[in-house]
Write a protein that binds this ligand. Structure first.
Ligand code: GLA
Length: 376
């Protein structure tokens, strides 16, 4: 490499490093979202392994400044943390928990029993046939005892079962259900409680603004309570598209869930701008036609940004009205650039679903609530 090129490269790198430093400094001086919402609920974010390892330093600044709770985006899903029956991959999860502790955060483990991103060995024998109920119970018990036990006293809440109920309120026909029937859900809650009696336990699902799904979940929660099992909250994932569902539709479910005596958490909140056909968060749903449906690849028109901010404001106003029931609002990601919605259900689009933009700046509505609390 020529000397001139080396000097140019060194100059560019030094310039980038100083921009990054200036960005971190600027974030550190902003008032915080977690303080602005502290009278109502915790503010959380799902964080990825780069962030938990401290590698994405501007994002780390933002997380520490604005959020007081974190969830593991992927590293605790069974296919990742328990890829083979005798193999656990604790490295990334250990880093995630350490990150939360170092920053005094309320740490949530996500998740213990889920049909998707499921370790391929979990429910089948070597020939690929479903295992017997006894074998599956033992595997669930080992999985839950080992993971919850490892972080006992360090992780404050667990998504114990994810997505067990269908839109029509019936049980999802997952492998867990095929082998154990409805019993797999109370068993999972029992094992999690035995492994850490102090941890909060949650049932987590999507599209629970739909009355039929909501009623199915209410039946489930009541049956767990009748069995004397610990259940602290219902996690409403909250993967929405602007205005769909409306805050009013969601509000009804919050009120009805509150009547069961458990708390409500928005566990995976994001509000897409890009249209999609798929409902909820079925990550196996895929759609084609990227060019036709990627209208804001370069930037977002002012009027669309205003619509998004207005909808977000209506949601936060509604959340605040129910802060006696809602204990945590957790965003599924930190900045728009991190969001899974850039790749679902169509790969390679540019969406704008989170509270901070690709330049780590708060969206106007978020900047406003932060500023207001700063003035009080
Ligand atoms: C579901 C899961 C999450 C995540 C999101 C989308 O809602 O619960 O873990 O996979 O889908 O990424």
């Amino acid at each position: 490499m020529k000397l001139k090129t080396i000097i140019q490269l060194t100059f560019i790198l030094a310039f980038c490093a100083s921009c990054h430093h200036a960005k971190k400094q600027e974030i550190a001086e902003q008032p915080s979202l977690k303080e602005a919402t502290s009278g109502s609920f915790m503010m959380g974010a799902a964080i990825n392994t780069n962030q938990a390892a401290g590698k994405d330093s501007a994002a780390v600044e933002l997380i520490c400044r604005h959020f007081n709770s974190i969830v593991a985006e992927d590293c605790m899903k069974s296919e990742t943390i328990h890829p083979a029956e005798d193999v656990y991959n604790f490295g990334p999860a250990d880093e995630f928990v350490q990150f939360g502790e170092d920053n005094n955060m309320f740490i949530v483990g996500h998740n213990l029993i889920w049909h998707s991103q499921l370790a391929p060995w979990f429910c089948v024998d070597e020939e690929g046939n479903n295992v017997t109920p006894e074998v599956l119970k033992q595997r669930m018990k080992d999985h839950i005892y080992t993971i919850v036990g490892r972080y006992k006293g360090r992780i404050q809440g667990w998504d114990v079962v994810n997505e067990g109920i269908n839109d029509d309120g019936t049980y999802r026909n997952s492998k867990f259900y095929q082998i154990l029937g409805e019993e797999y859900i109370p068993l999972a809650f029992q094992y999690a409680h035995e492994a850490d009696p102090d941890a909060e336990l949650y049932y987590n699902d999507y599209s629970m603004f739909l009355p039929s799904r909501r009623d199915g979940v209410i039946k489930l929660i009541n049956s767990l309570k009748e069995k004397g099992l610990r259940i602290d909250a219902i996690g409403m994932q909250g993967h929405y598209v602007m205005g769909d569902p409306t805050p009013e539709q969601v509000e009804e479910s919050i009120i009805k869930f509150g009547e069961t005596g458990v708390k409500v958490m928005f566990t995976e909140f994001d509000m897409a701008i890009l249209p999609r056909n798929a409902q909820g968060a079925d990550i196996s749903a895929r759609e084609d036609g990227r060019d036709a449906v990627n209208p804001y690849a370069d930037s977002l028109p002012q009027e669309v940004s205003e619509q998004w901010n207005n909808w977000m404001k209506s949601y936060f106003d509604m959340f605040a009205r129910h802060s006696d029931i809602i204990t945590r609002i957790n965003m599924w990601g930190v900045t728009d650039g991190d969001s899974w919605l850039n790749n679902w259900p169509i790969k390679g689009r540019t969406d704008y679903p989170l509270l901070f933009d690709r330049n780590f700046e708060p969206k106007p509505f978020i900047a406003e609530i932060i500023q207001q609390s700063n003035n009080n």
